[in-house]
Design a protein around this ligand. Structure first.
Ligand code: PGA
Length: 256
């Protein structure tokens, strides 16, 4: 059966008070529903502890949006993986395009972080995707190939079950312009092929999420694609009714 993960990336939104309210609304919305899809929430660091307490006794997973690759040390302002692990985080988003763009993260650093996350038994959600310019210059597949080759280097095939990839075309993030289903399927099929080429056949089980302007309106056409195993949802995860509707869509696809 197809696996699905609907992940909310709250980015730098929501104070702790607002976070608790939002997560309470999401819990309320799925109460008494049979959930076939996995749900993950990635609040800002400051809200993780409070959100985790509200999520106790629910099946909703939670994680973080970034981490440092070192376990501790003199890195002012950074957060380590053991700190997040102690809070119960199971997933950490790595290499989001906003981190690549605004904080100059490159594939080598992202690989370091991913290996550190795996070494501590957590799951990295490794984000990849081309810019508009790269797409227009027909370099999409070269970029994805490079991001996968470097991003996955020195990662052992036995870690495949822990890895999640998020394909997020940069031009679709926060713009309201989602990639067309054909573009998404084409990219996901390519990514899956590259993962197997780099990591071997165990990589065929790696979950590949799509991210970039997913809403309740386009969720069905994206989530039902063969090689899409869920979504990394930004803006639409900040409104409980829209996020719940995306969860409902994922669930109904799995029910078929
Ligand atoms: P968006 O963000 O859904 O607001 O486009 C997605 C993401 O950046 O993960």
């Amino acid at each position: 059966m197809k696996k699905m993960l609907i992940a909310g990336n709250w980015k730098m939104n929501m104070t702790t008070t607002e976070s608790v309210k939002l997560i309470q609304n999401i819990i309320e919305g799925i109460k008494n529903k049979k959930l076939l899809t996995d749900i993950l929430i990635c609040p800002p660091f400051t809200s993780i502890d409070a959100v985790s307490k509200v999520l106790k006794d629910t099946k909703i997973l939670y994680g973080a949006q970034n981490c440092h690759f070192e376990s501790k040390g003199a890195y002012t302002g950074e957060i380590s993986i053991p700190m997040l692990k102690e809070l119960g985080c199971k997933f950490i988003i790595i290499g989001h395009s906003e981190r690549r763009t605004y904080f100059f993260e490159n594939d080598e650093l992202i690989n370091k972080k991913a290996r550190a996350v795996l070494a501590l038994g957590l799951s990295p959600i490794i984000c990849i995707g081309e810019t508009l310019r790269e797409r227009e210059e027909n370099r999409t597949f070269d970029v994805l190939k490079r991001q996968i080759e470097i991003g996955m280097s020195r990662i052992e095939p036995e870690n495949c079950a822990q890895i999640v990839i998020a394909y997020e075309p940069v031009w679709a993030i926060g713009t309201g312009i989602s990639a067309e289903p054909e573009q998404v399927q084409e990219a996901h099929a390519f990514i899956k092929g590259e993962l197997v080429r780099v990591l071997g056949k165990r990589a065929s089980s790696i979950i590949v999420l799509y991210g970039g302007s997913v809403t309740d309106e386009n969720a069905k056409s994206i989530l039902e694609l063969t090689d899409v195993h869920g979504g990394l949802i930004g803006g639409a995860s900040l409104k409980s009714d829209i996020f719940l509707s995306i969860i409902e869509t994922a669930n109904s696809i799995l029910e078929k």
